[in-house]
Design a protein around this ligand. Structure first.
Ligand SMILES: O=C(O)c1ccccc1N[C@@H]1O[C@H](COP(=O)(O)O)[C@@H](O)[C@H]1O
Length: 213
């Protein structure tokens, strides 16, 4: 029985894309945020996804992107889904959907029960929701920090849209996170790295195996 489907985010090397696909990841994430150690150019992403088989969704991660950046990346035709991981309003989510013609997944950072309402609000416009830990004040990145939140916040919750769990997941804790939250999909970046921005094949394989049970 599959516990949860997997998204591996922040891919920059062909061998890591291949390992994720081989293990059965259903979503591959490419970061278009220059401040991230995982950032790729549109050209690099197009090259990386060239051999990705149908059925594996190619997700572009953006943080408060300009229309110009979105258009530049979309031109390569390398994406199936857009992930918005910044302070995008619900109206901006709707705009990005219209501009791209692609499904949009909106990330929401949680640190306590008060943050849950955002999942209801964004559920009206976004096609998918991504539930992450709220980044600490002053953090350089709004995600990809390897930080978990209290998963008990999600127990018994239902959302209007399909959703993914992210934030500090690792091969060691992902099965417990899925058991507790019932997350249908789990998303990992730093938990499958040997150093910031450096993915590790063995960790990717261990993570997917643990998430899929
Ligand atoms: O991975 C990044 O560099 C990144 C940059 C800016 C916004 C989000 C980013 N990653 C996303 O953050 C979460 C959690 O990551 P982690 O597993 O805790 O490292 C995940 O959704 C990534 O897609």
């Amino acid at each position: 029985m599959t516990l949860a489907e997997v998204k591996i985010c922040g891919l920059r090397e062909a061998e890591h894309v291949a390992a994720a696909v081989e293990e059965g990841a259903r979503f591959l994430g490419f970061v278009f945020f220059p401040k991230s150690p995982r950032a790729v150019t549109p050209q690099q992403a197009a090259h990386l996804v060239a051999d990705v088989p149908p059925g594996v969704a190619r997700v572009g991660l953006f943080v408060d992107p300009s229309d110009a950046l979105l258009s530049e990346v979309l031109e390569s035709g390398a994406l199936d889904v857009i992930q918005l991981h910044g302070h995008e309003s619900a109206a901006r989510v709707a705009e990005v959907k219209a501009l791209s013609g692609l499904p949009v997944m909106k990330a929401v950072g949680l640190s306590g029960p008060d943050d849950l309402a955002q999942l209801v609000d964004y559920g009206v416009v976004a096609d998918m929701l991504l539930v992450d830990a709220k980044p600490p004040k002053g953090a350089d990145l709004p995600g990809g920090n390897g930080l978990a939140f209290d998963w008990r916040l999600l127990v018994g919750r239902r959302w209007l849209r399909p959703w993914m769990l992210a934030g500090g997941l690792t091969p060691d804790n992902v099965a417990e996170a899925v058991r507790l939250t019932g997350a249908p999909v789990v998303d990992v970046s730093s938990g499958v790295e040997s150093a910031p921005g450096v993915k590790d094949v063995a960790l990717i394989r261990a993570f997917v195996a643990a998430a899929k049970g």
